[in-house]
Design a protein around this ligand. Structure first.
Ligand code: ASP
Ligand code: MG
Length: 437
């Protein structure tokens, strides 16, 4: 059972989580927690501020302290961590630099504090519980700070650690997001990565299912903050969920499914604020959805890069050369579309593409356009059903949205488009009305 930041936003939310865990006590839950909402962001800001000489942990400490106090918890519970955090920030202010390694260390405080607060509350609520740092239960990672991955054999390591350290009658409350290298440096698996941690533990322990507790009724047909009439999707396949996560669906971290798919463990997305709702169950087979469409996902602030070259005409090897350069620059591409003489691709807008563009220039004329949104329509019948593309493009035309790039995923379950960031709400709203009624 993984509880995200919004599920743990304040004492009232933590109490809800307590009730949910208590009710499921007989199935021997393993709990994985994110930091309380806003804490990770605040830690990152504090680390960067410290590098300019401005040391302040008080906002974070006050917020954490208030949650513990509102839970009638012991104020001394986290005092060691508060002091460590202040010390680390002071250290950063002295060296005036935050390396990825130090940033991971700073970010780890969020989860290390929240699991202790949650376990403390569970014990008060008469559920025997104990807080654990994931790395003490086998979550040992490589040294790729900010995007660490568990090293091979983690499943067996988790099982041994559990047998050694977790008493049968105790609910372990484990840090999401945080790991440690074999040499003892604290790592994180990347923003919103607690889902991934949970899925790794589910795979390692052979869980019955991996539950992701969040603030919507499972996975929805569109982001409910943008589309009011968005509704729950009761079931879907790993493939559909994977496309949605990768193309901007807010509910699951894109890596979450990898360990679950490998171990063939169902992932269920549930609502902490409405625990009786069955949510969405994601399995290998999914369900035979009678609708052509499952859901719409989108991500803003993407960049489209186009390489145009007459040399591509009648040539082989052009794409191989282009993508070789892209790979060497470790730029992650989401969507690709080609013509006889050009290839366009999208990537995250935050990334500085100047070095890649320079390296591609010998291969053709490169243009870069930012502030684009990637919209992805996922559905298992997109290919087989007549008129599906017409429905999508008519909806966009009716909303006055210009489509700048199109790609129909080779796995046949996604149709992706690029539109301008400024048109994203109009695009998603109109698509949802047309495709989901
Ligand atoms: N606390 C981390 C973050 O905000 C991890 C997570 O929430 O899953 O990114
Ligand atoms: Mg999250």
């Amino acid at each position: 059972m993984k509880f995200g930041g919004s599920s743990l936003a304040d004492a009232a939310q933590v109490r809800k989580v307590g009730e949910i865990v208590k009710a499921r006590r007989p199935s021997r839950p393993v709990v994985v927690c994110s930091a309380h909402k806003g804490i990770t962001d605040a830690l990152i800001v504090a680390a960067h501020r410290a590098a300019t000489g401005d040391v302040s942990a008080s906002e974070i400490v006050d917020k954490q302290r208030r949650i513990v106090a509102d839970l009638d918890g012991d104020d001394a519970l986290l005092s060691g961590l508060y002091k460590d955090l202040e010390d680390v920030l002071r250290g950063i202010s002295l060296v005036r630099e935050v390396s990825p390694r130090v940033l991971d260390f700073v970010q780890s405080f969020g989860e290390r504090m929240s699991v202790r607060a949650v376990a403390h509350h569970l014990n008060r609520a008469e559920v025997r519980a104990e807080a654990f740092d994931a790395f003490d239960l086998g979550f040992i990672t490589d040294a790729a700070f900010n995007e660490a991955r568990p090293i091979e054999g983690y499943e067996a390591r988790m099982r041994v650690a559990f047998a050694d350290r977790v008493p049968e009658d105790t609910v372990p409350v484990i840090t999401g997001f945080v790991g440690k290298t074999e040499d003892g440096a604290i790592t994180t698996v990347g923003r919103n990565g607690s889902d991934f941690t949970a899925s790794c533990f589910a795979a390692g322990l052979g869980a019955e299912e991996c539950q992701i507790w969040t603030d919507t009724d499972g996975v929805m047909t569109a982001d409910p903050r943008v589309v009011e009439s968005a509704r729950n999707i009761p079931a879907m396949s790993f493939a559909e969920a994977g496309e949605l996560a990768r193309y901007g669906g807010r509910v699951l971290h894109p890596s979450t499914l990898v360990p679950a798919v490998k171990a063939d463990i169902p992932v269920r997305v549930l609502n902490t604020n409405r625990p009786q709702h069955p949510g969405t169950v994601i399995t290998r087979a999914g369900r035979d959805n009678p609708d052509a469409f499952t859901s719409i996902a989108y991500k803003e602030n993407q960049t489209v890069m186009t390489i145009e070259s007459e040399g591509m005409l009648g040539q082989y090897g052009f794409l191989a050369r282009v993508f070789d350069v892209v790979a060497k620059h470790e730029v992650d591409i989401d969507m690709v579309s080609t013509s006889e003489i050009s290839v366009s691709m999208t990537t995250e807008g935050r990334r500085d593409l100047a070095p890649l563009v320079a390296a591609l220039e010998p291969h053709g004329t490169v243009t870069v356009a930012g502030n684009k949104s990637l919209v992805c329509v996922v559905g298992r019948r997109i290919r087989s059903q007549t008129g599906v593309a017409a429905q999508v493009f008519t909806a966009l035309a009716n909303a006055g949205v210009n489509v700048e790039m199109i790609s129909h995923g080779a796995n046949n379950i996604n149709l992706s488009l690029v539109v301008d960031d400024r048109q994203i709400n109009a695009a998603v709203g109109s698509l949802h009305r047309a495709l989901f009624g």
